[in-house]
Design a protein. Structure first.
Length: 404
């Protein structure tokens, strides 16, 4: 992921008209016609990732259901300050930090127009909507960011970020419904941030229909990883794991799909390991190339230290490709351990799982069947409906007049 790892677009259109009509009826039952979404980054941003794909896809489906959706984000390089995408309005103004106060002031001044409900996306730093927004609200909070702050900030500022996220901000959200992606992430939000369990709702992300079985696997052992090239994804560790794997599986190869500011470091590591012949960094690929890679891969892998889900793992599962991943919140739901792949508690266990599955064809086939079954249960239609149900429930409870 410049820094986006893969796509500029949300999943293709084609929802059933009856499903869209039911979504529209659901919104109407809560008096919701206009939804505003506050997000840190837009899908067009060069660092856009899973969070932006999630928000943009939900917004598109809501717009197709007849809702008036406006998404306010920070500016995105090379993109106009205002645009219409997939039926909803996007407002891109202010930088990465100023977007928080300026978006709030714009909402208070009514510059984004009237709204019946508000979605705040809490991506590390919140917009603090409980302090200023009236009416129905909900928060998208994919995961806890404790392990990520030290990777992007100095120790002093990182500790401040952790303190704000864990202790200062959560009390404001005691009465706010929070939507997260997995049961394991929900447990983490409750345990580490003190959010009320009854206020945290699990709505998993969907999988695009294009991710499906087909084609032939690579003739040689191939492991694929996808994501932004940033420290929290631990691609450098994955390359090291594969270097160890090759002592047992000498023809194993690794492809890491994505772009980001860790590219130079990864390229240097590959040179130091003399791994140019078996590690490939193709950068950003289009949708068809990504599907083809998932289908050809023997395994998909993620050594990340923090995830709300693991969209690349379920996308690969829908193609019939099992996963090896770290046993972190998010991954524990994206991967059905022992059914669609293996989860590792330690680095040594991660390497052991890779070696086992690359050398045991029967076990790999069993997990491939399980991956297909696991991946078949996730749809974007269900994601959009689940999030809307939480918002409508809050609207019914509050029964407040709309913002004009």
């Amino acid at each position: 992921m410049v820094h986006r790892s893969r796509r500029l677009t949300t999943p293709a259109a084609g929802l059933d008209p009856d499903q869209l009509a039911k979504l529209g009826d659901l919104a109407a039952s809560g008096g919701i016609e206009r939804i505003h979404i506050l997000a840190w980054r837009d899908l067009a941003d060069i660092e856009a990732g899973g969070s932006e794909i999630h928000a943009a896809t939900v917004a598109r489906i809501w717009a197709q259901a007849g809702l008036e959706v406006t998404m306010r984000t920070s500016w995105a390089q090379g993109s106009p300050p205002e645009a219409v995408r997939d039926g909803y309005k996007v407002v891109r103004k202010a930088g990465r930090y100023l977007v928080f106060p300026r978006a709030v002031l714009s909402e208070l001044a009514g510059r984004h127009g009237g709204r019946d409900a508000l979605i705040e996306i809490w991506n590390g730093m919140p917009f603090l909507s409980p302090a200023w927004a009236r009416g129905p609200r909900a928060v998208f909070l994919h995961h806890h960011h404790e392990k990520m702050w030290p990777l992007v900030l100095s120790p002093r500022w990182a500790q401040l970020g952790v303190t704000f996220e864990q202790r200062l901000a959560p009390p404001l959200y005691r009465r706010t419904p929070v939507i997260t992606l997995s049961n394991s992430s929900r447990q983490e939000l409750v345990n580490k941030m003190g959010l009320k369990p009854e206020r945290v709702h699990v709505v998993p992300p969907g999988i695009e229909a294009r991710f499906s079985p087909g084609g032939d696997p690579s003739p040689t052992p191939l492991v694929v990883a996808v994501g932004r090239l940033m420290p929290s994804k631990r691609f450098e560790a994955l390359i090291g794991f594969m270097d160890r794997v090759r002592r047992r599986v000498p023809d194993a190869e690794l492809v890491i799909v994505g772009e980001g500011y860790e590219l130079d470091n990864l390229e240097a590591l590959i040179r130091n390991l003399d791994a140019e012949s078996w590690v490939r960094l193709p950068g950003r690929v289009d949708d068809d190339e990504l599907v083809d890679l998932y289908r050809r891969a023997w395994l998909v892998a993620s050594a990340s230290i923090s995830e709300g889900w693991g969209m690349t793992l379920t996308e690969a599962a829908a193609c019939g490709t099992p996963a090896v991943a770290t046993a972190i919140a998010g991954h524990r739901d994206a991967v059905a351990d022992g059914l669609s792949g293996r989860l590792a508690d330690t680095d040594d266990e991660f390497v052991s799982h890779l070696i086992e599955l690359l050398t045991d064809e029967d076990e790999r086939r069993r997990l491939s069947t399980g991956a297909l079954a696991h991946g078949s249960s996730f749809t974007w239609e269900a994601t959009a409906r689940g999030a809307l149900e939480v918002l409508v429930d809050d609207a019914r409870k509050k029964g407040l007049p709309r913002s004009r």
